[in-house]
Ligand binder design. Structure first.
Ligand code: 3PG
Length: 213
């Protein structure tokens, strides 16, 4: 996959819904009901973070849910990229970028939503052919005003801000011309997952799916 193909795919998946749920799933038995609830609520794109020992199993399970587009988050190394691809991830997300990570994603045909926190990092991604990036950690880095300012010099680069995004501030991001969607963990709270309250998660997802509309 060329960087241009990867960027095109990232643009497509970022256009499927206004919010990409960022998921930390500790119990593999939650994978399928969680994915079904989020997809039913209108959030088909799912980022499973590689922050739990069972994350690859969660990706494997979620990848079987119809209508879902499952990716792997917290990619840090080429080994993560290979494992994510092998588990069935359709895209990857990283908190930052390194050349070896980009190279590994290209070698594995895994579209990468690479994390950027500065204009230089966004320019670096652009120089490698990527015009869609994650902006991380969004709120701690100054939030929507920063992306608004970046749209002056680098309007050709679009973002998925993640980190500290909430139902309260999501609309500020989504109103910007250079924001395609946001990422956030609020749609899958651990207490609701542990209680098996999938209908409540579906309701949160449905509300999130209307953000920016
Ligand atoms: C993360 O780091 O887990 C993601 O960026 C999600 O952040 P959030 O929990 O602030 O939504």
């Amino acid at each position: 996959m060329t960087p241009q193909d990867a960027a095109k795919y990232s643009r497509e998946i970022c256009g499927l819904a206004p919010v990409i749920p960022v998921l930390v799933v500790k119990d593999t038995s939650h994978a399928i009901p969680l994915a079904k609830a989020l997809v039913a609520g209108g959030l088909p794109v799912l980022e499973v973070t590689l922050r739990t020992p069972n994350a690859l199993d969660v990706i494997r399970e979620m990848a079987t849910v119809e209508g879902g587009v499952v990716g792997a988050g917290t990619l840090l190394s080429p080994a993560d990229v290979r494992a994510a691809k092998e588990a069935g991830a359709l895209f990857g997300v990283s908190p930052g970028i390194t050349d070896e990570l980009i190279d590994a994603c290209e070698a594995e045909d895994l579209p990468l939503l690479g994390g950027t926190a500065t204009v230089s990092e966004a320019m670096k991604m652009y120089s490698r052919g990527y015009d869609v990036c994650k902006f991380f950690p969004a709120e701690a880095n100054g939030g929507a005003p920063v992306l608004k300012a970046w749209n002056g010099p680098i309007p050709q680069i679009n973002f998925c801000p993640t980190g500290g995004v909430t139902p309260q501030n999501a609309a500020d991001y989504l109103s910007l011309p250079n924001v395609l969607c946001v990422g956030g963990s609020w749609v899958a709270p651990a207490d609701l997952m542990n209680a098996g309250k999938w209908d409540e998660i579906e309701a949160i997802a449905r509300e999130a799916s209307q953000l920016g509309a």
